[in-house]
Every structure is written in structure tokens, then in C-alpha cells.
Design a protein around this ligand. Structure first.
Ligand SMILES: [Cu+2]
Length: 676
């Protein structure tokens, strides 16, 4: 839940240039050059120019920090009408923080002027590196904390590492609008351990991140930090013998085409990618080429927010109710990808530039990978018993992957494009569980019942408290254009008509959704299909309205907390699977713009006025998540746990768009082979 101290998120501007040129690869060069597409992330020059204009206007100085410098997109209609090579306007949206005050600015980069500047009293943007550092240092210098450490048997304070964490939002505590961080610390005397896996349990500093004042040091009864076995990796666990290589290769070269910063095309798909400090990766303008026509499927898709509440009432744990995108930033904490491990060897590894806290740029090496993979499965197949003929095609798909590392957790965020016209959205949770130090070596210990009331013993003296992970995906699907309608197809069991051989069957009952709101599955039905259709267009042959379905997969859990729980009040998106809103360019974040110090924002407000979404520009917000009931096999490293959903054509095409796949690599269709 914090950037590791060796990670530098605030490179100064001059240093950023040197770093970028030293490691020059096509993608960073593109971000160093002029933008070529209206959706391109702000370039190095544009970020510098934004800051220079703010300084010239007297709105920023050396003490100003920039938690947000990002592209303010052109109006949607203009982006959709834009053709490659045509000029376009560029605008920056900026959040500034100075002397404990937050303000927002809009900077017109094309006209070279400040469009607006507005104070946002009390607004708390995402936490910046300098604030982590300040809170960490203040904690370690505080005499109350030092004494607490000694009472816990820790003498060498240089072997203690502290990890400031987002505080949660509990107005009853009386911190008002102060920007506080809560700081637990960890024993680092055994260097093989990952930073957070030997907590000095029960000691918690509360620090004002603006001033560095240590407001309070909480201390519970000391629990001895035991000499538990080290973590993971070959130093801790001897590796088994090697396997013979198993690879996914493209011996004939790649089918992926990359252009600019960053347009991707693969098979019939094309889309645009840009990186963002808050959302991580933003996909725009996903189109499928159908008989020569570039048909729009999605205008934009990205992670909008995350919610990770822990279920332990212990004062050192109850505050842990993280909103990882709004409080930390999935791009800010993006991690470099391992070649051949995090992505296949043949992947394109893309280095990304992000605006830094000081108003320059920092470079994230190999932060994005794009690759094709042969899944080893048939895309489709049939064995025709009459002719003895087997017809089958190999399944190859395109994967776009980033892995933000939010403290102990690594979240693999995949967008998978397929020849069948669907987009699979997969999230893999790995890293390791957040843990607490307890008194019990095993489940036969006298203390085991108390120690495992709110979590599982995953190793001797180590409990992983239960918790949840929820993601809100903002899906601005535009099926053949922005004007769409939303339909629920309910599966309703009913008696069969009189005289039928059967007594019952189910019927599909379609219900249009007229206004913004939550989609809550209807009782007394056996499931439903959710789809967006374009009511203004019909397909060429079957003359239906083209549509795309949002199909749940694994990870269908919703938050169990009531909306009036202080944790849930900030993250109400997580109690509903699907929300529908009418498109508004400023409604981007499911828990609101500044969730660190606010509640009841985001989606509950967006749907307040129940605007019509019939034949309108609809945004769908999908909640993906799971209750993490921890277990010993989650330790010492969490094997990747996958969840996901699919955006799937439903009447968008007149037939399966992958029916024409070439048979390369398929088994030969001989009778002899087919009958083996
Ligand atoms: Cu978990």
C-alpha cells in the first residue's frame, strides 16, 4: 500500500531527459515527440509547458506539487470525427497541492493559456512519494515511537522499516480535513524477508503528511516478532530441478502493429493505449474491422477504482480500507515486467513516462507488455461423424498487460482481444497477503482461537486477516457509435403451454432499461443477459440491432458491508455488480475524484438525477471482486488468483467473425488422424 523506498517517483525534469535518452526505445521516443493522436498521453514537452504556464501565471512555484497532470480529452464528438493527420487541440488537467491546499487548473496547451483555476478546499489527492518519506522519517524520529519499539524488544531501530498507509476515512475520529497517514513498521533484521512480512504488531503512528507532525502513537500489548522462516525465492526455498523449456513463440514474426504513442492493431482489432497515473492504462477507440468497415465497440475502458477493506477490528487493522486507484495510483505504482516470466519473451515491452510530483516526468521501464499467445485450446472445432472430418482452429489472442504493485499486492491487469470479437478483462492477484504477528505457532496453541478469529494462520506466528478486493471498471462501450440502449434479457421459468410434452420451460423476457441506476438481478429469474444495442442500426443480413454483452465470469462477489458503514460509504460502487450512467466527460471515478477524504461520492451521485439512457451515450461500470478467505497456500507467496469478465458480441455480427480463421497449426483433417 506504499511505494517501496528505493522507487523514485519524483525524478527532476533534467534527469528524466537523461534517463529517457539513455534507454531510448521507440515508445518513449514517441512520448518525447509531438502527439499524433488526440488521445495520446501528454508528452514530455506538454507536461513541461503546462507547468511553465502555471508558473508564469503565478499559480505554481518550486513548492508546488502535482499529484495530477493529465490529458483533458477533446470533446467526444470531435475525437470521433478526427481523421489521422488532421490538427487537434491539447488541454491539460492539473491538480496542485501546496501548503496543505488543493487546487485544480485547466491549461489550454494549443492556445497557451490558463482556462481555469479553482481552489478545492479539503480535497485530498493521491499520496505522493515526498509524503510517504516525510511520514516514515517523522515516525522513526518520534521518541514515543522509539520507546514503543524498545518495549517490543526492538533495539536496533536501523533494522526497522516503516510503511505509511492510506488512513481510511472515519470522520468520527476528529482529524477533520487533516491529511493523515497511519504508519505501521516492520522488523527487517532478516534481510531475506519481503519488507512487510514481519510486522511489529500493535504499534501504529498517526502522522500529518503535510507537516510531518506525529499526532499520536498507538501501542497495544507487545507481541514478540518471531524468527519465522524467510519468504520466497531461491534464497529462502531451494528451487526444484529445472523443467525442459515450455515456450510460446512467434517464429514467423509478430502479427502486432504498433504506431505512435500508442496505437495498436492486431488482426481485425485496433485501439489506442495511454498510461495514466491514477487508472494505470486507458484503452480508447477499440474498433473491429468488419468487411472493410472500422466498427466502434468501445470508446474508452479503464480501471476506475479499487477497494480493499480488511475485516479485522484490531485498531491497527480496522482502518485498512484502501482505495488503491484514488489514494495511491495504479500508474504511479506500476512495476517493471520480467522478460519471459511476467510476459513471454516475444512480447513488446513498452517503457512509459508519467508526470512526476514535481512537474517533470518519471520513466517506468518495461511497464506495459503486448503479446500474442497460443492458448493451446481450439478457437473452435467440430468432428463430423458422417464424413469423419475434423475441422479445428488454434486459438491465438492478443494480451495487453500491466502490473501495478500496491505494497504487498501485485495486480496483473489484462485486456485480451480475440478473433471472435470479444474482449476478455482479466485481473490476477498475486504478491503476498498482508499479515499480522500473533502468539500462536500452530492451531493447537492455546491462543490459536483468539488469534484466528478474523484471519487464517498461514505460517507459525503469522495470521493473514480476511479481506476483500473489488475493482470498478469504467466501460464506455459505444456499439457502432455513442447512441445505444441497454437491454436486460431475463431468463424466466414458466409453465409450458397446454398440450406440450413438457410441463415447464424458460422464456427470454427482454426489458429495456430507461434511466441511470444500479442493475440488480431480479428475483425469481434464473439469471439474465446484459447487453448494449445500437437501436439506430441493423446488421446487413439478419437485420438485428447490433449489440455487445457484458458477461460476468469469475469474481462475482459483492461487498458485504452495508452502505452506511464508514468504509463502504466511500466505496458504494462495490455493493452492485453493474451501474449504468449517461456519459459525462468528468464522471471518471467510481468513488469520486478525491476519495481519500470524502464519502458518498462517485457513482451514487452520478445516478442521482436518473437521466434517460434510452438511445443515449451509456457508460457501464462493472464491479469485479472476491472475498479473500486466506489460507496457508497463500504463503509465502500468493499464487496468482484470476478473475474476470467478458465483453462479447451479441448480434453485432451476422456470423462468427472467427469462422474464417486459417488452419495453420491445426491437426490435419485426415480420417486416420481424426479417429485416433
Ligand atoms: Cu487478498
Amino acid at each position: 500500500m506504499f511505494p517501496i523506498s528505493s522507487t523514485c517517483r519524483h525524478a527532476i525534469a533534467g534527469l528524466a531527459v537523461a534517463l529517457v535518452l539513455a534507454g531510448a526505445v521507440p515508445d518513449t521516443r514517441a512520448q518525447m515527440a509531438d502527439p499524433v493522436h488526440p488521445m495520446d498521453a501528454l508528452t514530455y514537452d506538454e507536461v513541461n509547458r503546462t507547468v511553465a504556464l502555471l508558473r508564469e501565471a503565478g499559480l505554481a512555484d518550486d513548492g508546488t506539487r502535482f499529484p495530477v497532470i493529465t490529458l483533458k480529452e477533446m470533446p467526444k464528438a470531435e475525437v470521433l470525427a478526427w481523421e489521422p493527420g488532421e490538427p487537434f487541440t491539447r488541454t491539460a488537467f492539473v491538480v496542485m497541492r501546496e501548503d496543505g491546499e488543493t487546487s485544480e487548473a485547466v491549461v489550454d496547451l494549443t492556445g497557451g493559456r490558463i482556462v481555469s483555476h479553482e481552489a478545492r478546499p479539503g480535497a485530498q489527492p493521491a499520496i505522493m512519494q515526498e509524503e510517504w518519506d516525510r511520514a516514515r522519517q517523522a515516525t522513526k524520529e518520534d521518541p514515543r515511537w522509539q520507546e514503543a519499539m524498545r518495549r517490543h524488544g526492538i533495539e536496533d531501530l536501523s533494522k526497522v522499516s516503516c510503511a505509511p498507509m492510506a488512513p481510511g476515512y472515519f470522520p468520527e475520529e476528529g482529524f477533520g480535513k487533516r491529511r493523515i497517514l497511519r504508519v505501521p513498521c516492520f522488523d527487517q533484521t532478516i534481510p531475506l524477508h519481503p519488507m512487510q512480512n514481519r510486522p511489529i504488531e500493535g504499534v501504529l503512528a498517526i502522522v500529518d503528511a503535510d507537516t510531518g507532525e506525529v499526532i499520536d502513537v498507538k501501542e497495544a500489548e507487545p507481541v514478540v516478532v518471531p524468527d519465522t522462516a524467510p519468504g520466497y525465492g531461491p534464497d529462502a526455498i531451494p528451487a526444484r530441478g529445472p523443467m525442459k523449456p515450455v515456450l510460446n513463440l512467434t517464429p514467423g514474426g509478430s502479427n502486432i502493429e504498433l504506431e505512435g504513442a500508442l496505437e495498436v492493431s492486431w488482426q481485425d482489432w485496433s485501439f489506442h493505449l495511454r498510461a495514466d497515473r491514477r487508472s494505470g492504462l486507458i484503452l480508447s477507440l477499440a474498433r473491429f474491422r468488419d468487411k472493410g468497415e472500422e466498427r466502434l465497440v468501445a470508446y474508452q475502458m479503464a480501471v476506475s477504482e479499487m477497494f480493499v477493506p480488511y475485516m479485522d477490528p484490531d485498531p491497527a487493522w480496522a482502518f485498512r480500507t484502501y482505495l488503491d486507484a484514488g489514494e495511491f495510483g495504479l500508474g504511479y505504482l506500476i512495476s517493471s515486467l520480467g522478460v519471459g516470466t511476467d510476459c513471454p519473451h516475444q512480447a513488446y515491452y513498452v517503457t512509459l513516462l508519467f508526470p512526476s510530483d514535481e512537474g517533470g516526468m518519471f520513466k517506468a521501464d518495461r511497464a506495459l507488455c503486448i503479446f500474442e499467445r497460443n492458448t493451446g485450446n481450439p478457437a473452435w472445432r467440430h468432428y463430423d461423424a458422417g464424413s469423419g472430418r475434423l475441422t479445428s482452429r488454434p486459438e491465438v489472442e492478443l494480451v495487453v498487460r500491466t502490473i501495478p504493485t500496491i505494497g504487498n499486492y501485485d495486480y496483473i491487469v489484462d485486456w485480451v482481444f480475440t478473433n471472435r470479437g470479444s474482449i476478455k478483462v482479466n485481473v490476477g492477484a498475486t504478491g503476498f497477503d498482508a499479515v499480522k504477528t500473533v502468539r500462536s505457532p500452530d492451531m493447537e496453541a492455546e491462543t490459536a482461537g483468539d488469534d484466528t478469529e478474523f484471519g487464517a494462520l498461514v505460517a507459525p506466528y503469522v495470521v493473514a486477516p480476511y479481506h476483500d478486493h473489488f475493482f470498478s471498471f469504467r466501460l464506455d462501450l459505444d456499439v457502432d457509435g455513442p447512441q445505444n440502449s441497454f437491454v436486460r434479457d431475463l431468463i424466466v421459468p414458466e409453465p409450458a403451454p397446454a398440450g406440450s410434452l413438457r410441463t415447464s420451460l424458460w422464456r427470454l423476457v427482454s426489458e429495456p432499461v430507461g434511466t441511470e441506476g444500479r442493475i440488480v438481478p431480479t428475483r425469481n429469474t434464473h439469471g439474465e443477459v446484459w447487453r448494449l444495442i445500437n437501436p439506430n442500426r441493423r446488421t446487413a443480413m439478419l437485420k438485428g440491432h447490433p449489440g455487445y454483452q457484458i458477461e460476468p465470469g469469475t469474481g462475482n462477489t459483492l461487498s458485504s458491508l452495508p452502505d452506511n458503514d464508514p468504509a463502504q460509504k466511500r466505496a458504494q460502487f462495490s455493493s452492485t455488480r453493474l451501474w449504468l450512467t449517461r456519459y459525462k466527460p468528468d464522471e471518471l471515478y467510481a468513488a469520486g475524484d478525491y476519495p481519500m477524504g470524502e464519502a458518498d461520492r462517485g457513482l451514487p451521485r452520478f445516478i442521482d438525477d436518473r437521466q434517460s439512457i434510452e438511445n443515449a451515450d451509456i457508460v457501464a461500470w462493472y464491479t469485479l471482486g472476491f472475498h479473500h478467505v486466506t489460507r496457508p497456500e497463500d504463503w509465502p507467496i500468493l499464487p496468482t488468483r484470476w478473475l474476470g469478465f467478458t465483453i462479447r458480441p451479441m448480434g453485432f455480427f451476422d456470423r462468427d467473425p472467427s469462422a474464417d480463421l486459417a488452419p495453420e497449426f491445426a491437426r490435419p483433417p485426415s480420417r486416420e488422424d481424426a479417429t485416433q
